[in-house]
Design a protein around this ligand. Sequence first.
Ligand code: SAH
Ligand code: ZN
Ligand code: ZN
Ligand code: ZN
Ligand code: ZN
Length: 460
Amino acid sequence: MAANISDVDVVLEENVVDRPFCSHGPTSLFVRYTEDGNSQQFYACSAFRDRKACNFFQRKDEKFSESKRMARENIKDEADQAYKKLKKRCHKLRKLKAKARVFCVTCGQFILPEEKDEHSQHETKSSIDDDTIKKPSRLFKPLDNNKTYAQYLFSESTIQFTIDVLKKMEISKVLCVGAPRIHEAIQSDRIKHSKLESLLLDLDYRYQQIYPPEKFCRYNMFNHYFFNDTTSETVFTNFLIESDDKRIAIVTDPPFGGLVQVLASTFKKITETWKKQRDSIEDKELPVLWFFPYFMEKRIVDCLPQYSMLDYKVDYDNHALFRGDVKKHGSPVRIFTNVSPSQIELPSSEGYWYCSECKRYSGPENVHCQMCDSCTSKDGRTYSHCFKCERCVKPSKVHCDKCGICQLKDHKCGQIKGKGCHICGNLSHKRKDCPNKGKPIKRKNFKQDGRPVKKKKFSK
Ligand code: SAH
Ligand code: ZN
Ligand code: ZN
Ligand code: ZN
Ligand code: ZN
C-alpha cells in the first residue's frame, strides 16, 4: 500500500519505462526527507510498502551490477511460470464436481484431491456449490489484517445503492477497480435479468481461481500494471470499447492509504485508453465513482477539480469503524465523482434530502448554511457557522480569540497540530512547495495565516 508515511513522498514521473521492475510491476520513485533537511530518492514497490511483502529497494543513483540486473529479470520469469501453473490448476479445478470441491480458507485457494494432506491443519470448506462460487468475497477471508490489501467489503445496502445509481445513469459496463463485491453482484445478477456487464481489476490473486480471464485482470492500481500475460491488458482495452447503447463507468474503492495523486494518475490513464477507443471526438469524461474517506476531500478536489463529494455514507460489513451503526455519526467513507451530483439521488428512506440551493442530495444531519451558501457538514455531524472564522466548523469546536480560529474546547493556545508543512511546520504551504526544501531548518509552530506563533506571548 502506498501509505502516506509522513517523511516519504512519491515522485510522479510520466516515464515509467525506465523504472526498475519488481515482481509487482514498475516500481515507484519515492523521496525521503530527513531531519537535517536532506533528501534521498529511491525506487520501491508500488503495491507493497511493507518490506516483508516486497523488499525491493534501489537508490535512484545506484549503479547496477550485471548479476543484480539478471536476478531482477528472473523475478519476471518466475512470475510468468507461476501464472502458467496456476492456469493449469484452475483448469483441473473447474472440472471437479461441487461435492469434490474443497477450498482452503487459510491459503486462499482451492485444493486438488491429491493436495488434501498438505492442508489438514488448515481451515477448509468442502462441497463448494455454484452459488458459493458466485459470491467469492464471502468465501475468502478478507485480507484486512494486512495493510496492503485493506479489504473492507461493502454491505448489502451499499451494493444495492451503487447498482441502482449505475442503472439510473444508464450505464451498462462497469469497470470495477478494487471493488470485487460490485463485480460479484453484477456477475451473479446478470444471469437473471440485468443488462449490466463488468470487469474486475484487482491485486488479489485469489480471484484468478474464480473468474475467467475475460472477467478478471490481476492489476496494480498504483502503477496501472497488468500482471500475467498480455491477454489481461487486451481484455481491459476491449472492455473499454463503448457504443451509444453501452455506456461505461468506473467504480473504485482503493485502499485508503493510497496516494491521491497516484490514483488520480491511474484513472487518467484508464480514461485515456477509453478515449482512444471512442470514435467520437466530443470531449466527454468517463464517469467515476471513487469511494474514499471524507477527510481526503481537499486532496481529491485539489488534484481533480471536476470532482465533488457526495453526502452518502458508505457502509461496510467487516470494519467496525466503517460500519454505520457503530459510531453515532456513521461511516467516514463517501463517494467522490465527476458526475453532476444533482444526477445522483440519495435514498430518502435513509433521510437524505434534496437541497435546491446546492442542487444535490444532502445527509439528514446536514443543514444548508446561508452564510457559506452550501450544505457544510462533512463528518456526519451538524456543523455550525462561526462568524469570526467566516465558515462553518465542527460542533466540537468553539472560537478561540487568542488563537484566532475555532479550536477544541480543551486545546492549548498557540498549538495548532498536525497540519501544514512536514519540513518546516508552516501552515500556509505543504511539503512539496516548501521554500526550505533541502536546507537544514528547525521546525516552529505556525498560525493558520502562515505567521510563526510567538511562544512567549502565549505561555501560561
Ligand atoms: N469495498 C470493496 C472492497 C474494497 S477493499 C468491495 O466490497 O468490493 C480494497 C480492494 O482493493 C481489495 O479488493 C484489494 O484486494 C484491492 N487492492 C488493494 N491494493 C490494490 C492495488 N495496489 N491494486 C489493485 N487493487 C488493490
Ligand atoms: Zn514489489
Ligand atoms: Zn445546501
Ligand atoms: Zn457557514
Ligand atoms: Zn471561529
